[in-house]
Design a protein around this ligand. Structure first.
Ligand code: HDE
Length: 716
C-alpha cells in the first residue's frame, strides 16, 4: 500500500517548529499522514457525501408546507441514515478511555539488547499514540472509579507498529487466557440488573476472585491506592508479561517493560475518588487534555528489567506466570528512553475510539514469551476489532496506519481504502515480477523472524506446578506497604466486601484468601465486616527470596517536586493581591499552576483596589479537583470566607483529604474557627512570603499523612 505522498502541511510543520533539534523525520511522517485525512470545513460549502451543495439544511422536502415528507428527499435520508449508524460497539473491556499523541526518544542505542530500530537511534523521535482506560465501566462511565488502568502505547516505528498494551499494575488476575471471559463476566455489572457501573464492589466479582486464588495478588493491587490515581501522568505502566528482546547477533534476553512517570506516582484518597466520579466524571481525561493544551506535557521513561536466558529459573516464581512481578530489588530497571505526550487528538472518535491496539503488533528485535495469558491475547486483539471496527481493514484507519510503507496480497473486504494496482495478488507470481517480495531476516532492516526457541512437550491441558504459589507475592506486596497504605487497603476490602450481599462470599474471601496473604489484614477486614477473625492461614506460607520490596510503595515514588500540581487560590473582595502574585510566581517557577476561585464567577476587588477576575467559582471547581488550597491575606476577604459555607466547606474538605493548606495573614483565623490544628501541611497566620516555601514543600509530599487520624473526625 502506498505511503502517504503529501508533505506535512504548513500547520503540521509549525506545530513542530522549535520543539527540538533532533531528527523529526518520523514525527513528520505521522503528522503528515494524519493531515491527509483531517478535514477542515471552515470556509467550505455544506454538501452531501457525494459533493452536491446543499441549499437548505433546515427543512425536509414535503408535499406542501404542512404536507407529508417525501421519500425522494435524498438529502434528509442520507443525513439520517448516517446518524442512525454513528455508534460502533464499545470495547468489551477498557471501553472508557482517553488518548494523546506524542513521541518516544531513546537515551542511547540499546544495541546490546535489541536490534529494534526505534531503540537503536537516540537521534530519532518515534511518534506514539497512547490510550489510557479503565477496565470495567462502559464508554460513558466515570474516570475515578476503583479499577485497573489500561496503558496502551502504539509506537509508529520505521519498521512497523509496536504496541505495548499494558496496565498500571505489573500483574494480572488470571494465569491462563481461557479464564478471561469468566473473569470479565464476573467483574462487569451483574447480569440481571446491570449494576454497578464502573466498580468491582458486587457479589459476582468477589464470588469469582474468592474461588480463584491466583487472583489474590492482583486484587490486592486493585484494593491499594494504585487503583485510584490522581491523574494518568502519576501512574506507572507495565507490560505485565515477560517479553523477549533480540539483538543483531540473534542473542535473546527476557524483559519486563516499565513506564516510570517523571511526575512521580501518587493517588487520590477514596472519598475524593467517589466524589469526583459525580462532580467531574471526566476528571482524568480533562487533566490530560488541559495539561497538553497548557504545554505541561506528561512524560514517562521507558525501562526494562533484563533477565538473561540462563537466569530464567533463578526466581522463586515462574517468569511466565503473569500473576508475578520481578522485584526491582532483584533486577533493577534499565532506562531506555523517554515518552512525551504533546498533542491532543483532533477528533475523539476518529483517533481515540478507532485506535486498535494489539499485543501482537511487534517489530524485529522484540518477541513474545510463552506466558499463556499473552498467548491468548495474541488471538483476541485482532479478533475483537473485526466486530468493533467492522472488518479486517482496520489497519487502514488513519490512527492505525503504520508510518512505514506496507504492502501485501491481502485484498478487498469491508471498508477497503486502498486501490491496489497490479494483477497478481498472490505469491509466488511472475505477472507482477513477484512483487511484493519477502525480506530475509538480517541484523538490521531485515524481515521479522521469530526467536528460534527449542520446544518439546506433550499436548495437554495443565497448569504448570511452577504456577502454583498464589500468595507469596501478595504477601510481599502487603509487607512492602507503608502503614497508611495498609490502612487504605483494609478500608478498600472492607468497603467492597461490605457491598457483597452473600455472607459466604465475604467469609471465603477473608478466610481463604486474605488469611493467606496476611493474618492482620484478614483480621482487620473481618472485624469491619462483623465476621469471626481467622486464626491461621489455610495454605502453608512458602520461603521467599525477599520479605519486602520498597519499590512497590508509592510513598517511595514521589518526584520530590511540584511540577504539574494544581493549587486552588480562594479570593474575595479585599484579598491581598500581592499574596496572590507571590504564590503565582512561586508556582510558575516550579512548573505548577493555580486557579483563582471566588464565591461567584464575578470579578473581585483586591485590597490594593484592583479588579481580579476568578477562573471559576468555588462551587464550580471544588477542592477535590486540586492538590492544595491557598488563601491569601486580606481582612475583608478573610471575614467573608468566615461566613461563607462554600469557602468553609472548601477548607474542611481539603483538610479531610490531607492536602496542603496555606492561610496567610488574617485568613489564619479560619483554622481556629474550623478547629483545624496546625501541622506540616496546614500553615496559618504568617505572611505569604514565609508560608509559601513550606506550602510548596508540603505539596511535594502530596498528602499530610500524619493528619489522617485527626481528619477522620472532620465531617465527610
Ligand atoms: Fe486486554 N483486551 N485482554 N489485557 N487490554 C482488550 O481489545 C484480552 C490483558 C489491555 O486502549 C480488548 O481492542 C484478553 C492484560 C488494554 O484500546 C480485548 C486477555 C493486559 C486494553 C482484550 C487480556 C491487558 C485491552 C478489548 C487475557 C495488560 C485497551 C478491546 C488473555 C498487560 C486497549 C480491544 C485500548 C483491551 C482481550 C488481558 C491490557 C477484548 C483475552 C494482561 C490496555 O481484545
Amino acid at each position: 500500500m502506498p505511503a502517504p505522498k503529501k508533505p506535512a502541511s504548513a500547520e503540521a510543520a509549525s506545530e513542530l517548529a522549535g520543539t527540538d533539534t533532533t531528527d523529526r523525520r518520523n514525527r513528520n511522517a505521522k503528522l503528515a499522514q494524519l493531515q491527509d485525512f483531517r478535514e477542515d470545513a471552515s470556509g467550505q460549502a455544506l454538501t452531501t457525501n457525494t459533493g452536491t451543495r446543499i441549499a437548505d439544511n433546515k427543512n425536509s422536502l414535503k408535499a406542501g408546507e404542512r404536507g407529508p415528507s417525501l421519500l425522494e428527499d435524498f438529502i434528509m435520508r442520507e443525513k439520517i441514515t448516517h446518524f442512525d449508524h454513528e455508534r460502533i460497539p464499545e470495547r468489551v473491556v477498557h471501553a472508557r478511555g482517553a488518548g494523546a499523541h506524542g513521541y518516544f526518544q531513546a537515551y542511547e542505542a540499546a544495541t546490546d539488547l535489541t536490534k529494534a530500530d526505534f531503540l537503536n537511534h537516540p537521534d530519532k523521535q518515534t511518534p506514539v499514540f497512547v490510550r489510557f482506560s479503565t477496565v470495567q465501566g462502559p464508554r460513558g462511565s466515570a474516570d475515578t472509579v476503583r479499577d485497573v488502568r489500561g496503558f496502551a502505547v502504539k509506537f509508529y516505528t520505521d519498521e512497523g507498529n509496536f504496541d505495548l498494551v499494558g496496565n498500571n499494575m505489573p500483574v494480572f488476575f488470571i494465569q491462563d487466557a481461557i479464564k478471561f471471559p469468566d473473569f470479565v463476566h464476573a467483574v462487569k455489572p451483574e447480569a440481571h440488573n446491570e449494576m454497578p457501573t464502573g466498580g468491582s464492589a458486587h457479589d459476582t466479582f468477589w464470588d469469582f476472585v474468592s474461588l480463584q486464588p491466583e487472583s489474590a495478588h492482583m486484587v490486592l493491587w486493585t484494593m491499594s491506592d494504585r487503583a485510584i490515581p490522581v491523574t494518568y501522568r502519576a501512574m506507572q505502566g507495565f507490560g505485565v508479561h515477560t517479553f523477549r528482546l533480540i539483538n543483531a547477533e540473534g542473542r535473546s534476553v527476557f524483559v519486563k517493560f516499565h513506564w516510570k512517570p517523571v511526575s512521580g506516582v501518587f493517588s487520590l484518597v477514596w472519598d475524593e475518588a467517589q466524589k469526583l466520579a459525580g462532580k467531574d466524571p471526566d476528571f482524568h481525561r480533562r487533566q490530560l487534555w488541559n495539561d497538553i493544551e497548557n504545554g505541561d506535557y506528561p512524560e514517562w521513561e521507558l525501562g526494562v528489567q533484563v533477565i538473561a536466558e540462563e537466569d530464567e529459573d533463578k526466581f522463586d516464581f515462574d517468569l511466565l506466570d503473569p500473576t508475578k512481578l520481578v522485584p526491582e530489588e532483584l533486577v533493577p530497571v534499565r532506562k531506555l528512553g523517554k515518552m512525551v505526550l504533546n498533542r491532543n487528538p483532533d477528533n475523539f472518535f476518529a483517533e481515540t475510539e478507532q485506535a486498535a491496539f494489539h499485543v501482537g503488533h511487534i517489530v524485529p528485535g522484540i518477541d513474545f514469551s510463552n506466558d499463556p495469558l499473552m498467548q491468548g491475547r495474541l488471538f483476541s486483539y485482532t479478533d475483537t476489532q473485526l466486530s468493533r471496527l467492522g472488518g479486517p481493514n482496520f489497519n487502514e484507519i488513519p490512527i492505525n496506519r503504520p508510518v512505514c510503507p506496507f504492502h501485501n496480497n491481502q485484498r478487498d473486504a469491508m471498508h477497503r481504502q486502498t486501490i491496489n494496482k497490479g494483477r497478481a495478488p498472490y505469491e509466488p507470481n511472475s505477472i507482477d515480477s513477484g512483487w511484493p517480495k519477502e525480506t530475509p531476516p538480517a541484523a538490521s532492516g531485515g524481515g521479522f523472524e521469530s526467536y528460534p526457541q527449542a520446544i518439546s512437550g506433550v499436548k495437554l491441558r495443565k497448569r504448570a506446578e511452577s504456577f502454583g504459589d498464589h500468595f507469596s507475592q501478595a504477601t510481599l506486596f502487603w509487607n512492602s506497604m507503608s502503614a497508611v497504605e495498609k490502612e487504605h487497603i483494609i478500608g478498600a476490602y472492607s468497603f467492597e466486601l461490605g457491598k457483597v450481599e452473600r455472607t459466604f462470599i465475604r467469609e471465603r474471601q477473608v478466610n481463604e484468601i486474605l488469611a493467606n496473604i496476611d493474618l492482620t489484614l484478614a483480621k482487620r477486614v473481618a472485624e469491619n465486616l462483623g465476621l469471626p477473625a481467622p486464626k491461621a492461614p489455610t495454605v502453608t506460607p512458602r520461603k521467599t527470596q525477599l520479605k519486602q520490596s520498597p519499590a512497590l510503595s508509592q510513598l517511595n515514588l514521589l518526584a520530590g517536586n511540584i511540577k504539574s500540581r494544581k493549587v486552588a487560590v480562594l479570593i474575595a473582595d479585599g484579598v491581598r493581591d500581592a499574596d496572590v502574585k507571590q504564590l503565582l510566581d512561586a508556582l510558575k517557577k516550579q512548573g505548577a499552576s493555580a486557579k483563582l476561585l471566588a464565591p461567584s464567577s464575578a470579578a473581585v476587588k483586591t485590597a490594593e483596589g484592583k479588579a481580579l477576575t476568578p477562573d471559576d467559582s468555588m462551587l464550580g471547581l471544588p477542592s477535590i479537583a486540586f492538590d492544595a488550597v491557598f488563601v491569601p491575606g486580606g481582612a475583608q476577604a478573610a471575614k467573608t470566607f468566615g461566613t461563607d459555607g462554600a469557602a468553609l466547606h472548601y477548607l474542611l474538605e481539603a483538610y479531610k483529604h490531607l492536602k496542603a493548606i496555606a492561610l496567610c495573614g488574617e485568613a489564619g483565623d479560619l483554622a481556629s474557627q474550623l478547629y483545624l490544628e496546625a501541622d506540616e501541611g496546614l500553615l496559618s497566620g504568617a505572611k505569604a512570603a514565609q508560608v509559601i516555601p513550606a506550602f510548596v514543600a508540603a505539596i511535594a509530599q502530596h498528602r499530610v499523612w500524619a493528619r489522617e487520624d485527626k481528619a477522620k473526625r472532620v465531617p465527610a
